[in-house]
Design a protein around this ligand. Structure first.
Ligand code: 6R9
Length: 646
């Protein structure tokens, strides 16, 4: 890892929002006097009823409680749309670029207002009320943003299920949230292939006990079944209602959305974000991290099914009156030039993507970048997993032509917005480091015993001391799980689940998860989830899943499978299990490698020793460590001998 500081490109620095002295001054204010600092920042939004109390938070186990702006009232959709109408009504709010390079459209703030109001009125007609949950199962089309904002407008709580998740995973989330309504499309389109979203919804609802209505956007025109009296076409219903809908006054602490994410144990948990603090934080981070200025064409390539899409495609940019680009397709269709062609076509100025995409495009060759005119670009961002220095340098030199700062932004579904990141006009960067904390964020490194590391250079687990406004408030329906997952291990701190190193300059380097969560192409996957999908198959007796280094995906999924008595391993069964996991969870959970394991290394008390399984998957046999506590040490030799290979 290189330690050399990269200076801020001078043309960028000359026009940037703040410089290093500005950052240091604001950072000091933010931690010395959070009440005043966040009280001021709250004013970036329009409030229907002003707040008088800014911060009321405690990380003290077990009485964890997080409230920001708690007596204020506001509406998120009014802040993302209505307040811009007077000054930016005819400015483009959303640029949509379809999967097919010949399809695109532009939606102004005025048009956005009408679309969102109409859909909000449709929701109301279908019986959706303040506080009700609405599930969105959508491709990357503008209607996905309308559907989110329409929920916010009437105070309904949206929960987006990524379009790549299976019908079974969707059913779990519909039941878990007791949603009244599902919003979807006939089909999605990705890389020229259609994705049967409505058909998946039909399959999912067959497993759901309560009645759920559907609003269906006609996107591809594909053939689908509509249930009489329960399924409604978006284009028909929105024409029947008024184009105006008064935004509901919401308390700052009313929930805005639920987003399911994988954890180290059990099934995915519903992360709950609320209204006021979340939007203040999404707006502020979008402005400072992306140096947002009038005239920017901002493109975040994430999917709205992930938190990055929530905070940095929709809520942050629109709260700031930005022009945000939404892309339906994939980086490699119709060719590996697609990202760069889109940058040229729409004159993108700020580009935010994931290391996995950078590595894949780097592998495709420089010529795909060189063919496009990227002179509009001025800032590049990265998110989702640690970016390896080689990919960082390629991004810097080949895409950014040495002219664009790179912001490597570390954050999580739980944090609502970016916590550790360079501020592009202020922070000199180092390839592979997320650098310094954002305003109000106090990172702390602890050793595994929970001792705070006070020296500048330190390594351990990453925790955060004290709250920031964008923080999640609870796990939907299970506050105890929230408290025990994030606040029990290291008392008094928010535990991130990530390992981290702090160097002599005080820069933070995220080293990856320290729990049983793996990061596949920037997507979080709980090993427990994949294991429980595998053991649900009738021929599987036991399964243990770990991550292993993968050139493009960052981590791949390695599964050790023990079969039921009498079952024989075969290539056919291997394929069957992969298909099975795709059906249970979705393609992103497909095991890359399956090893048939007659036995798994266990302690005498029956606990699977994952440390050993990880080392075997990583091909790192010298570091197996102590195996003497195993109930049967001979299983290790067998596993090593039969290690699976790609
Ligand atoms: C925003 C998002 C969160 C986990 C997180 C960490 C990893 C995200 C990173 C990064 C190193 C970065 N992660 N950004 N690791 N450098 N810049 O990705 O949320 O899907 O919840 O994942 O992703 O391990 O804990 P989420």
């Amino acid at each position: 890892m290189t330690n050399e500081l990269r200076p801020i490109p001078s043309d960028f620095a000359a026009k940037a929002l703040i410089d290093d002295a500005g950052y240091l001054k604001m950072y000091a204010q933010s931690v010395d006097n959070p009440e005043t600092f966040w009280g001021e920042q709250g004013k970036r939004l329009d409030w229907m009823k002003p707040y008088t109390r800014v911060k009321n938070t405690s990380f003290e186990y077990p009485d964890v409680s997080i409230k920001w702006y708690e007596d204020g009232e506001l509406n998120v959709s009014a802040n993302c749309i209505d307040r811009h109408l007077a000054t930016r009504g005819d400015q483009v709010a959303i640029i949509w670029e379809g999967d097919d390079p010949s399809s695109d459209k532009k939606i102004t703030y005025k048009e956005l207002h009408e679309h969102v109001c109409r859909l909000a009125n449709v929701y109301k007609e279908l019986g959706v009320e303040k506080g009700d949950r609405v599930i969105l199962y959508m491709p990357m089309i503008p209607e996905a943003a309308y559907a989110m904002l329409a929920c916010a407008r009437i105070g309904a709580v949206h929960s987006i299920v990524f379009g790549g998740f299976s019908a079974d995973a969707l059913a779990d989330r519909v039941t878990g949230s007791q949603a009244k309504l599902l919003v979807t499309t006939d089909e999605g389109l990705r890389g020229g292939r259609s994705v049967p979203l409505k058909a998946n919804c039909d399959k999912a609802l067959a497993k759901v006990a309560h009645d759920v209505k559907m609003v269906v956007v006609q996107h591809t025109g594909g053939d689908i079944a509509m249930r009489e009296g329960l399924d409604f076409w978006y284009h028909e219903q929105t024409q029947k209602v008024s184009a105006d809908c008064q935004p509901e006054a919401m308390n700052a602490e009313d929930p805005l959305f639920i987003l399911y994410t994988s954890g180290s144990t059990g099934m995915p948990k519903g992360v709950v974000h609320t209204t006021g603090g979340y939007l203040v934080y999404a707006s502020m981070t979008h402005e400072y991290v992306f140096d947002h200025q009038d005239g920017d064409i901002y493109w975040c390539t994430a999917d709205v099914g992930w938190v990055t899409g929530h905070s940095y495609i929709v809520y942050g940019p629109l709260a700031n009156g930005a022009t945000t680009l939404m892309f339906e397709g994939v980086p490699t269709y119709p060719s590996p030039s697609r990202f760069w062609d889109v940058c040229e076509k729409h004159k993108v100025t700020v580009f935010y993507t994931a290391p996995t995409a950078i590595r894949a495009l780097m592998g495709a060759g420089e010529e795909h970048v060189k063919g496009a005119d990227l002179s509009s670009l001025r800032l590049l961002g990265s998110v989702g997993e640690p970016i390896n220095p080689e990919a960082w340098k390629w991004y810097d030199e080949v895409v950014g032509e040495g002219r664009c700062p790179i912001v490597d932004t570390w954050w999580q579904t739980e944090t609502g917005g970016i916590l550790i990141t360079p501020i592009p006009g202020a922070t000199e960067t180092k390839p592979g480091s997320a650098t310094r904390p954002f305003f109000g964020v106090q990172p702390v490194i602890l050793d595994t015993e929970g001792v705070v590391q006070t020296s500048v250079e330190a390594e351990g687990v990453l925790c955060i001391k004290d709250s920031w406004p964008g923080q999640m408030r609870t796990v939907y329906g299970d506050h105890e799980r929230f408290v025990s997952t994030y606040f029990e291990t290291f008392k008094g701190y928010y535990f991130t689940g990530d390992g981290c190193r702090r160097d002599a300059d005080g820069y933070y380097w995220i080293t990856g998860r320290v729990d049983d969560v793996i990061n596949v192409s920037g997507h979080r996957m709980g090993t427990a989830e994949v294991e429980s999908a595998l053991v649900a198959h009738e021929k599987v007796s036991e399964a243990a899943v770990v991550g292993f280094p993968h050139d493009i995906k960052g981590q791949g999924i390695y599964a050790y499978v023990t079969l039921m008595e009498g079952e024989e391993p075969s290539e056919e069964l291997r394929k069957e299990l992969v298909t099975w996991v795709r059906k249970e969870i979705g393609p992103i959970a497909s095991p890359d490698l399956i090893q048939w394991a007659p036995g798994l290394p266990k302690t005498r008390s029956g606990k699977i020793m994952r440390r050993i399984l990880r080392k075997i998957a990583e091909n790192d046999y010298d570091a197996l460590g102590d195996t003497s506590t195993l109930a049967d040490p001979s299983v290790v030799a067998d596993l090593i001998e039969h290690r699976a290979n790609a």
